[in-house]
Design a protein around this ligand. Structure first.
Ligand SMILES: Cc1ncc(C[n+]2csc(CCOP(=O)(O)OP(=O)(O)O)c2C)c(N)n1
Ligand code: SF4
Ligand SMILES: [Mg+2]
Length: 226
């Protein structure tokens, strides 16, 4: 569907207010905009690695996840968990036991994706599951106090790579996960920034979610605190 701002704001959001993320955090609007690309008639299963987004959006008995099935997964296995759910759906659909279309979306932060969950992400992409992996990349392990990740830019100041008289900040260069995903030869890989171009995030999310096979989307998402 061609992008229409009017139509996209009229859709019922799949990620809604009431969460406990910091004011000004990029992750909630980033994910709301990614999920906005889902067709209203489709179901979605979300597998979410721990991180700021996960711990702040489902504090029992409240949740900000609307009209989706949500699985909280450990860091290591957001993609592996979703692979299992997708394969089960595939088999049930083939047997005629499920009629409705369901889309499968894994979400992780940069720590959960570039570092701790990389192996299960790579495996799921290589096996060819019909899933979309979305990394909201804020450049550090923000939830535990801004520790450097492999996505933290060179020379950036974090609590474990302090910049000052003794050290210039993070000594290592940033890992380029988007390029690593391209090298998996999967049908669709994209990256975008949330702010400034809602059409870009919508168009790429729609393409990622509705392209058959494994797809990857990186969304750069600011963390005012970190
Ligand atoms: C295996 C494991 N190690 C460490 C933690 C502690 N932990 C919880 S959230 C978090 C930071 C996550 O960073 P990132 O994935 O970049 O998401 P962000 O918090 O930046 O949104 C850490 C280290 C954990 N829950 N599980
Ligand atoms: S610490 Fe950063 S990433 Fe976490 S909720 Fe606050 S602004 Fe968002
Ligand atoms: Mg992070």
């Amino acid at each position: 569907m061609a992008y229409s701002l009017k139509e996209s704001v009229a859709k019922e959001a799949r990620f809604v207010s009431g969460h406990r993320m910091c004011a000004g955090c990029g992750a909630p609007p980033a994910i709301r905009n990614v999920l906005n690309a889902l067709k209203e008639e489709d179901n979605a299963v979300i597998s979410c690695a721990t991180g700021c987004l996960e711990v702040s959006s489902c504090i029992y008995p409240y949740t900000s996840w609307n009209k989706v099935s949500f699985i909280h997964t450990a860091f290591e296995c957001a993609a592996a968990t979703l692979s299992g759910a997708e394969k089960t759906y595939y088999n049930l659909k083939k047997a005629g036991k499920i009629k409705k279309t369901t889309k499968f979306i894994a979400i992780g932060g940069d720590g959960g994706t570039l570092d701790i969950g990389l192996q299960s992400l790579s495996g799921a992409m290589e096996r060819g599951h019909d899933i979309t992996y979305v990394c909201y990349d804020n450049g550090a392990y923000m939830n535990t106090g801004t520790q450097r990740s492999s996505s933290t830019p060179h020379f950036a100041d974090t609590t474990t790579s302090p910049a000052g008289k003794v050290s210039p900040g993070k000594a290592q260069k940033r890992k380029d996960l988007t390029e690593i995903m391209v090298k998996h030869n999967i049908p669709y890989v994209a990256q975008t920034a949330l702010f400034g171009n809602l059409q870009d995030i919508y168009t790429k999310s729609e393409k990622a979610i509705y392209t058959e096979g494994p797809t990857f989307l990186a969304v750069f998402s600011p963390c005012p605190r970190g």
